[in-house]
Design a protein around this ligand. Structure first.
Ligand code: FES
Length: 108
């Protein structure tokens, strides 16, 4: 059975303001782009930087440390120096709150 974790209120996550949170001990970054929400593992695959402290632009998150880009939908690397994808987590909205699923095998 899919287990969802309530992380933040929708109003807390705006296009300009990502939110980082620990969910069951897992660092998760929440992003908003034009009404859609995305959740990524909140650690750059290139170094010790929190993606929730980066900048959202053109559907990507720019790492605050070396400015590598990740696609918010897929977690794929989009710009050097990042080459490894970052994990994404399924997201849903319930009662004005953003919930994420941390399970490896998510089934909608
Ligand atoms: S730590 Fe993120 S690009 Fe280097």
């Amino acid at each position: 059975m899919t287990q969802w974790h309530r992380v933040a209120g929708c109003a807390d996550v705006t296009d300009d303001t990502p939110v980082g949170a620990l969910v069951e001990g897992v660092p998760v970054a929440l992003f908003s782009v034009e009404g859609e929400y995305y959740a990524l593992h909140d650690l750059c695959t290139h170094g010790a930087a929190r993606l929730s402290e980066g900048f959202v632009e053109n559907g990507c998150i720019e790492c605050p440390l070396h400015q590598g880009l990740f696609d918010l939908k897929t977690g794929s690397p989009r710009s050097a120096p990042v080459v490894e994808p970052v994990r994404t987590y399924p997201v849903r909205v319930v009662d004005g709150h953003i919930e994420v699923c941390l399970q490896e095998k998510y089934q909608s």
